[in-house]
Design a protein around this ligand. Structure first.
Ligand code: CO8
Length: 257
């Protein structure tokens, strides 16, 4: 399968997706959205894939929504057409997806990285929500996911001033899970994805679901959800295998059942 705006590669059970619009610093237009949704749909259905890495170029993960595409949009078209609504499907991808970010992750680029399960950043990464400089605000979760990730003070600072934060600040603020040298970025992300993809798929999906609930529910409801998912995993063969392997001092062989 070949795409106009994406490059794809498989390494064992890991799919690597590279945003590929170098002439526009990977600005996210409707073609990127359509192709990414299609590809993620295929990867979700593919039993041979256990985790995904989403990355960009050295200079830009993505410099935002495509300003040239949005420039002439008016309110009625944006509203009735549900402009950018399709990106919600990316956030709904059920398998683990890691953002490997180098260079600019701005506006929709920062929001896309935050839709992933965690961010591994190169020391060159720069994050920001500069929409305010264009007379708009974040539209794909920037005011919500960023606030949950870094807290109100820093989210307000970024959304109201449009300034960028560098990778060190992003890591200390809690937006970035791991910070690595630029040349290590893809390997670090693929190694993490490979590790995840080797675990039992039902437990991986439930771990992702449980952590995501923390963003949407009260603590009491979240703890209840976690307990249900935890109990459910005792119905899997992989739970028996994982625990038997520990007791027998051997490596588990998971069958994703
Ligand atoms: N949209 C369209 N084209 C872009 C974008 C963009 N977001 N960013 C860069 N480009 C293009 C430039 O126009 C330029 O093209 P050309 O050579 O044809 O003029 C090319 O990429 C290279 O860019 P620069 O020459 O500007 O490169 P610099 O290294 O000088 O600057 C910057 C890099 C600082 C990243 C600069 O390009 C910039 O400020 N870009 C815009 C950043 C921005 O404002 N992003 C937010 C966009 S709004 C948004 O994301 C709304 C989110 C809600 C919807 C989400 C849906 C996905």
């Amino acid at each position: 399968m070949s795409f106009e705006t994406l490059l794809t590669e498989r390494r064992d059970r890991v799919a690597i997706i590279t945003l590929n619009r170098p002439q526009a610093l990977n600005a996210l237009n409707s073609t990127v959205m359509r192709e990414l949704r299609q590809l993620l749909g295929e990867l979700e259905a593919d039993a041979g894939i256990g985790a995904v890495v989403l990355t960009g170029s050295e200079k830009a993960f993505a410099a935002g929504a495509d300003i040239k595409e949005m420039q002439s949009l008016d309110f009625v078209d944006a509203y009735t057409g549900g402009f950018i609504g399709g990106w919600d499907e990316v956030a709904g991808f059920r398998k683990p997806i890691i953002a490997a970010v180098s260079g600019f992750a701005l506006g929709g680029g920062c929001e896309l990285a935050m839709m992933c399960d965690f961010i591994i950043a190169s020391k060159t990464a720069k994050f920001g929500q500069p929409e305010i400089t264009l007379g708009i605000i974040p539209g794909m979760g920037g005011s919500q996911r960023l606030t949950r990730a870094v807290g109100k003070a820093k989210a307000m600072d970024l959304c109201l001033t449009g300034r960028m934060m560098d990778a060190v600040e992003a890591e200390s603020a809690g937006l970035v899970a791991r910070l690595v040298e630029p040349e290590r970025l893809l390997d670090e992300a693929v190694e993490a994805a490979t590790k995840i993809a080797a675990f039992s798929l039902p437990s991986v999906l439930m771990a992702k679901e449980a952590v995501n609930r923390a963003f949407e529910q009260t603590l009491t409801e979240g703890l209840r959800s976690e307990r249900r998912l935890f109990h459910a995993l005792f119905a899997t063969e992989d739970q028996k295998e994982g625990m038997a392997a520990f007791v027998e001092k051997r490596k588990p062989v998971f069958r994703n059942r």
